[in-house]
Design a protein around this ligand. Structure first.
Ligand code: IVH
Length: 672
């Protein structure tokens, strides 16, 4: 070998190792800059010595050529599909059939794996070199996607270690949630059509005639099977096969487990179903495979599915249904939220008849019309949402949706400001919907804390005209209360006591209770600490408001406008006259506290504390506790079943800590 050839081989080996560390093991050894330096060196060497360019060179992952179409490729061994199980009974029946066929009473060992919701692919390695890659197609013949598969950085261009003469490895190409969201955010910014789900996005990304487009999409692949195999002995179990795939440097699922009998399968299923929302990728069920290879061969296959494996599907989290009507709900700040009223349909194991449409922009972007057939999604406990319209099923009389010009509750004009998605009812406290929500907020535990003032009671108080503003709560009389539905003398007396107790308040609680736009609990606290008294805050200029930590131009403007409004001034006077008092807030900022300057988001179920308790304690230590994750978040504390906030934190690279991290924070220490 020439010196250049040796150097090229050395650089390729180093780059392949770094790709493996980074993309497969998630454990990079060197900074990106070092990787880039090696890549540069290899590119320069290949430019000077074109004869050295080889198919397994990491410089050759992305081909510049645009294909005219995808050529058909016949699989060495057909790609099978799986039978489905939808219930525990289906799984027990599958296990029973297998035991009968194997003529055994003993528990069968299964390999249980997540069923990834992506695209099945088959990769052909000859003497260790990736030579062909194909989609599943009809099982016998797929499409040649070699150029596209080569762009996936976790896919080795050459297998590590000893490889058989020929092996087809099978797996699933998918797009993690984070990549999916990024892709859709970019598409939205460019006014392009959004992908409906990660699976479609992965499919769209892989089937690109220009592999440079595929290269720009953060695709991943998991491998779980083999097709053709020549030249050495096959692994003797599914677990051993996964081990072998890992040994070659291919990604396999970290969730795969050997389990015993139907009971072991079901325990695995239920455990994974609970953690489903915390996974970084979409799965639609689990797959159980009889572990021993000899048993698999004995069981064989029927038509196109093996008798030794079954897919146990999670309840579908997407379904089709028809949009009957759209109603607009009015929230505390007057924002109109369109809500889809649907033909009831089962999604994710529950009947769904309403879904949120967020705002008018969303309706326009998705082009939703009354009478349309919609795809509805419900993941975990989140509010069902409209994914998209099935345009093929649009009836000719489908009706376009218009923003009402007047509030559906109070009839006041609806205002939609230029460039803002939200439309608002301008009725203020004259709007029963806004008033009801404002009262519930005013009375909530972390605001004025009026125990017993729930929505049924607020409903009656407003509908009967007994309360027109929050200050009216302090003028309620026992007899009138006792006469309301579900109320008696005792509950009326209890409520009045709670109302009386709430007079003894604090500045942060009062500011939070007022429901000033953009002022949540932590902003209320920051304002109190900064200004010390309501009088000082009321007198503050915009510039003075901007001096408060964490207050930006938008919230400063909201606060300023709130105190400039005579109706609000009058409201505060009436509260004061009703005996509500809020002592001046002692400037605590003078003594620095251990968590000063940190912004923390709590998500999921915490062990040992309620979220409120943890939040209170963190604020006592000087931290700001926020409800949403942004670049400025210092830590996300993720408990059990943390969902979208955790995903957002990962996307933004915000540090995530668990219960142990929370304990450190509560001791006033900062997790490293
Ligand atoms: S095994 C002979 N394992 O599900 C066994 N399939 O419904 C063939 N899939 O076409 C497949 N995750 O695309 C297997 N861990 C997994 C899987 C998996 C996802 C897909 C695969 C297959 C389809 C069958």
């Amino acid at each position: 070998m020439t010196e250049a050839a040796t150097r090229a081989a050395d650089l390729r080996a180093q780059l392949a190792q770094h790709d493996y560390q980074y993309y497969v093991l998630d454990d990079p050894w060197v900074p990106d800059s070092e990787y880039d330096r090696l890549m540069q060196a290899l590119r320069a060497l290949e430019a000077a010595h074109p004869e050295l360019i080889s198919a397994d060179s990491p410089t050759a992952r992305v081909s510049g050529a645009v294909a005219l179409g995808f050529a058909p490729l016949t699989h060495g061994v057909p790609m099978l599909s799986l039978d489905n199980a939808f219930s525990d009974e289906d799984v027990q029946a599958f296990d029973k059939r297998a035991r009968e066929r194997l003529a055994t009473e003993a528990e069968i060992e299964y390999c249980a794996e997540p069923k990834l919701d992506g695209l099945a692919v088959s990769l052909l390695y000859q003497a260790g070199l990736l030579t062909r890659a194909a989609t599943r197609g009809d099982g016998a013949t797929g499409e040649d996607i070699t150029a596209n598969i080569r762009t996936i950085r976790s896919v080795p261009l050459r297998l590590r270690g000893a490889a058989p003469v020929v092996v087809e490895v099978r797996g699933e190409v998918y797009l993690p949630f984070v990549g999916f969201e990024k892709l859709n955010a970019t598409a939205a910014a460019q006014g392009q059509k959004l992908f409906v789900n990660p699976r479609n996005a992965a499919a769209g990304s892989l089937r690109q005639l220009d592999a440079r487009v595929t290269a720009a999409r953060p695709l991943e692949a998991f491998f779980y099977g083999i097709g053709a195999w020549q030249g050495s002995a096959e692994p003797q179990s599914q677990s051993a096969l996964l081990e072998q795939l890992r040994g070659w440097g291919l990604c396999t699922s970290a969730e795969a487990r050997a389990v015993r009998g139907a009971a072991g399968c079901l325990a695995y299923y239920h455990q994974l179903a609970e953690r489903r929302a915390t996974l970084e990728f979409q799965i639609d069920g689990v797959v159980y495979k009889v572990n021993r290879r000899s048993d698999q061969l004995a069981l064989g296959q029927v038509s196109r599915a093996p008798r030794w494996a079954i897919a146990h599907k999670f309840p579908a989290d997407e379904a089709l249904t028809i949009l009957r009507e759209v109603e607009f709900q009015v929230g505390r700040t007057g924002v109109l939220t369109p809500v889809a009223r649907l033909e009831p349909v089962m999604v994710g194991g529950a009947s769904v008849s309403n879904a949120t449409l967020h705002n008018m922009d969303e309706i326009e972007r998705k082009d939703v019309r009354c009478g349309d057939t919609l795809i509805i999604r419900r993941a975990g406990d989140v509010i069902p949402e409209v994914v998209s319209v099935v345009l093929e099923r649009r009836p000719p009389d489908a009706r376009k949706l218009l923003l009402p010009t007047h509030c559906p509750v109070c009839g006041a004009p609806v205002q939609r400001l230029e460039g803002v998605s939200a439309a608002r009812c301008t009725g203020g406290f004259n709007c029963a919907a806004q008033l009801k929500e404002s009262l519930l907020h005013f009375a909530s535990r972390r605001a004025m804390d009026i125990e017993g003032l729930g929505d049924k009671l607020v409903e009656q108080l407003v509908d009967r005209g007994m309360v027109r503003t929050p200050a009216d709560l302090y003028a309620l009389r026992a007899e009138a209360l006792a006469a309301l539905e579900r109320m008696g003398e005792k509950s009326a007396a209890r409520l009045l006591q709670a109302v009386a107790r709430s007079r003894d308040s604090s500045l942060p609680r009062l500011l939070h209770a007022l429901g000033i736009r953009d002022v949540g609990e932590s902003t209320a606290l920051a304002l109190s600490e900064h200004f010390g008294s309501l009088a000082a805050l009321q007198a503050a200029s915009l510039d003075q408001l901007l001096e408060v930590p964490d207050i930006g131009p938008v919230s400063a403007a909201s606060i300023h406008a709130f105190f400039a409004n005579p109706a609000n001034q009058q409201q505060l006077e009436r509260l004061r006259a009703a005996g509500v008092h809020w002592p001046e807030h002692e400037g605590r900022a003078a003594t620095p506290r251990p968590l000063n300057g940190l912004t923390i988001v709590l998500t999921g179920t915490l062990t040992g504390f309620s979220r409120d308790e943890a939040s209170e304690a963190l604020q006592q230590l000087g931290a700001k506790v926020s409800g949403s994750v942004s670049k400025r978040t210092s830590y996300v504390v993720a408990g059990e079943e943390a969902g979208s906030k955790l995903a957002r934190a990962r996307e933004l690279g915000v540090p995530v800590v668990d219960g142990a991290g929370l304990t450190l924070l509560l001791r006033g220490e900062r997790p490293g």
